[in-house]
Ligand binder design. Structure first.
Ligand code: GLU
Length: 444
């Protein structure tokens, strides 16, 4: 059996009932096959792949908190410190009822390669809890965050592990988490990113994942003879990534006609009204059903369906495995030219394969959505030098980083005779740096 197949089998055996983690490992190792086969003897001797697929450390803890009626609830907290070869662990905290160890491990594993691709010194980690902030009062969210941080603070620090936002963890949650960390540890340090601007946050961090997604998409289109101007764009999701992707897409001359949430989706043929979207999601924290109140000509549909709309560019910005083979077929039949993933692993393995064989330009999440974590690393730099950079300064750095990511994956794909396959390119480019750093540091 080849080394790659052996490791995939091992991961499945050692991590039962963690399908998302298996999927992420498969996607990465399959695309690294050529590199691994060329170095098989050395890698086997060093047990390189065994080390890469095993987190350096993982924590699972009880998070008790009291609701507004005095009822006690117990959630489970996680932090997986996956790989610190190139820097302190870095990655968000997901708060969503679906969270379990397998999901955090898939996200942490992806984060290693994503963070490497940014070119910045950040290792891979991820955490979260099955707590659902939806429908909770501010006080309940605070109670949860304080309890969660009371345990988490033992394992993190500005030079060891720096969490941030992800699904369900936004500015409000980061604020409560930061306050509790400071209170317990008595240190004011850049232990979290995505902080508010008054207490160490960076300009552009809020917009960064969505903006970065468009900067990379723009470069990918440009290098393949296309332009965003005048294109019809389909976006799924309506959280932080989707909102700022829609905003930047519009600024660049595209027309965004869809957004979605877990209950349904909106089709606005005139182009999504970003102001209304922000008001609904960021201020009122409402569902997308209220979008019609702002835009009577728009349509609201229950359930899935965004990918059945005709569009030139698809930007899945909701969550893992939201775009399956059927969706990919519908998009291709409708003439989609590019797909760039704003979420982490939103396309299933079959959907990704379908896009690649039908010559759709496909930018995988670990490259396309790396703008968020890259700007987090810029926030860390500003915290270390105790300075704040201007919006233009951070935004121009972000643009450079995204353009560089595109060219690193493009170049790596070409080097391995897989021109235009950015899945292979992104995985190889991310992996090469990790391997070099791991080798230099010995067997640890
Ligand atoms: N959760 C985001 C991601 O998936 C951002 C992580 C960070 O800023 O550390 O990359």
């Amino acid at each position: 059996m080849s080394y790659v197949d052996e490791i995939i089998a091992l991961v499945e055996k050692q991590n039962p009932a963690e399908p998302e983690f298996h999927q992420a490992v498969k996607e990465v190792l399959e695309s690294l096959r050529v590199v691994i086969e060329a170095n098989e003897q050395v890698y086997r001797k060093d047990a390189l792949l065994e080390r890469i697929v095993n987190p350096e450390r993982q924590f699972k803890f009880r998070v008790p908190w009291v609701d507004d009626n005095g009822q006690v609830h117990v959630n489970t907290g996680y932090r997986v410190q996956f790989n610190s070869a190139i820097g302190p662990y870095k990655g968000g905290l997901r708060l969503h009822p679906s969270v379990n160890l397998g999901i955090i491990k898939f996200l942490g594993f992806e984060q290693i390669f994503k963070n490497s691709l940014t070119g910045l010194p950040i290792g891979g980690g991820k955490g979260g809890s099955d707590f659902d902030p939806k429908g909770k009062s501010d006080r309940e969210v605070m109670a949860f965050c304080q309890s969660f941080m009371t345990e988490l603070c033992k394992y993190i620090g500005a030079d060891t592990d720096v969490p941030a936002g992800d699904i369900g963890t936004g500015a409000r949650e980061i604020g409560y988490l930061f306050g509790q960390y400071k209170r317990i540890k008595g240190v004011y340090e850049g232990v979290l990113t995505g902080k508010g601007l008054t207490y160490g946050g960076s300009l552009v961090r809020t917009e960064a994942t969505g903006y970065g997604l468009l900067y990379l998409t723009k470069e990918m289109l440009k290098c393949n003879g296309h332009d965003i101007k005048g294109k019809t764009i389909l976006i799924s999701g309506s959280g932080n990534v989707a909102i700022y992707a829609a905003q930047k897409a519009k600024e660049l001359g595209g027309k965004v006609v869809t957004v979605s949430d877990s209950n349904g989706w909106v089709y606005d043929p005139e182009g999504i009204d970003i102001k209304a979207l922000k008001e609904i999601k960021e201020v009122k924290r409402e569902r997308l059903t209220s979008y019609k109140n702002y835009r009577p000509q728009s349509e609201y549909h229950e359930g899935k369906g965004v990918w059945t709309v005709k569009g030139d560019i698809a930007l899945p910005c909701a969550t893992q495995n939201e775009l399956d083979l059927e969706d990919a077929k519908a998009l291709v039949a409708n003439g989609v030219i590019a797909v760039a993933e704003g979420a982490n692993m939103p396309s299933t393995l079959e959907a990704t394969q379908y896009f690649l064989t039908h010559k759709v330009l496909f930018a995988p999440g670990k490259a396309a959505n790396a703008g968020g974590v890259a700007t987090s690393a810029l926030e860390m730099s500003q915290n270390s030098e105790r300075l704040s950079w201007t919006f233009q300064e951070v935004d121009s750095k972000l643009q450079h980083i995204m353009v560089n990511i595109f060219h690193s994956m493009d170049e790596a794909a070409k080097r391995y005779n897989a021109e235009g396959n950015y899945v292979v390119g992104a995985n190889i480019a991310g992996f090469e740096k990790i391997v070099e750093a791991m080798n230099a540091q010995g067997i640890v």
